[in-house]
Design a protein around this ligand. Structure first.
Ligand SMILES: NC(=O)C1=CN([C@@H]2O[C@H](COP(=O)(O)OP(=O)(O)OC[C@H]3O[C@@H](n4cnc5c(N)ncnc54)[C@H](O)[C@@H]3O)[C@@H](O)[C@H]2O)C=CC1
Ligand SMILES: O=C(O)C(=O)Cc1ccc(O)cc1
Length: 311
């Protein structure tokens, strides 16, 4: 086995993403030692039972003391609390990163607590599923996926390169981006689809005539795809909405305008307009498939083993 990229990696938060990292680190020998801390004692015990790490800590501060790389994988609303706890205990030269789905807010929350002696390089793997918890992770999650890094100006280039090397070893392709740009792009390609899914499933559930058994019985694959997204973790997605508020509201405004236009076309029987839009969007799907970005739905969970939580 080749030399590990990092002597000790600390994983703060051991849910879907943290546990997938633990598994790929072990599978590819990317660290000499993996230290794990998470908020609840129950989750820590679950991680221990799954054998995800080498050492387990009830305190985030204790877990980072020896670490060369610290990866924070918690809901974005918990980022500041975690940074405040770990900041004073970081080893000089340590790299601190995160995996949060929003970036500008995470930078605002964490950066003030990271000492100058450490390197802060925020990140976001564009890889996940609707599941959560330490049982849900799998080593192949990051394979063939993008990982976006949003280092603040002036970040040590060597630290960025080492983190990029880590993500590449996990199977990802790394891109650098400005945090605000990241938040705008992700608002339309990831956050809005989830919000729309939560909304349509909620609307269907509210309609007495098609509730419960009929929603399940007659749901065609289109609606089923929405129910998968709408089964995503409520804490995580509450935090994404609260912490990428401006970009999401901007994209929702655009979305509502376009939806009104579609509504008008249906009301006035404007078949040409409907045909033009549906033809254009079909082309977009085809170009995604041709680019090898998608094989078949559901895209993001393609390698996920079936677990009870998935049912
Ligand atoms: N689920 C997904 O598909 C993806 C999620 N992300 C991001 O990754 C992060 C983690 O998400 P998941 O792993 O899916 O969530 P999860 O719910 O599976 O795991 C979250 C973990 O954080 C722990 N935690 C919460 N507050 C904490 C605190 N103060 N200190 C220590 N641990 C704490 C929980 O105990 C749990 O182990 C989120 O920021 C999310 O936006 C990024 C890409 C994909
Ligand atoms: O399950 C899906 O379809 C996803 O979209 C997973 C996902 C969720 C959040 C992210 O920040 C990145 C990927």
């Amino acid at each position: 086995m080749t030399k590990p990229l990092f002597e000790t990696v600390a994983l703060i938060g051991i849910g879907l993403i943290g546990s997938s990292l633990a598994r790929v680190i072990r599978a590819k020998g990317l660290a000499g030692e993996v230290a794990i801390a998470t908020r609840s004692a129950e989750t820590l015990e679950a991680a221990r039972a799954l054998g995800l790490g080498d050492s387990y800590f009830g305190s985030n501060a204790e877990a980072v003391a020896k670490a060369d790389l610290v990866i924070v994988s918690v809901p974005v609303g918990a980022s500041e609390a975690v940074a405040r706890e770990i900041g004073p205990h970081l080893k000089p030269g340590a790299i601190v990163t995160d995996v949060g789905s929003t970036k500008a807010s995470v930078v605002r929350q964490m950066q003030p607590h990271i000492p100058d002696t450490a390197h802060f390089v925020p990140g976001h793997p564009i890889a996940g599923t609707e599941q959560s918890g330490p049982q849900a992770g799998f080593a192949e999650l990051f394979e063939g996926r993008w990982c976006i890094l949003t280092p603040p100006a002036g970040t040590d280039a060597g630290a960025i390169a080492r983190l990029a090397e880590f993500w590449e070893a996990c199977g990802s392709t790394v891109e650098e981006m400005d945090p605000d740009h990241h938040d705008l792009v992700l608002a339309i390609v990831s956050h809005l689809p989830h919000i729309i899914a939560y909304n349509i499933v909620g609307t269907a559930d509210d309609l007495e005539a098609v509730t419960k058994s009929e929603v399940i019985k007659y749901s065609a694959s289109g609606f089923r795809d929405f129910t998968r997204l709408a089964a995503s973790d409520p804490v995580m997605w509450r935090d994404v909405c609260l912490h990428n508020k401006d970009a999401i509201l901007e994209m929702l405004a655009r979305f509502s305008e376009d939806l009104s236009s579609l509504q008008r076309a249906i009301r006035w029987g404007d078949g040409d307009k409907l045909f033009e839009l549906f033809t254009r969007t079909r082309g977009i799907r085809r170009s995604i498939v041709e680019a090898g970005q998608d094989t078949d739905a559901p895209n993001f969970g393609r390698n996920a083993p079936k677990t009870d939580a998935a049912e």
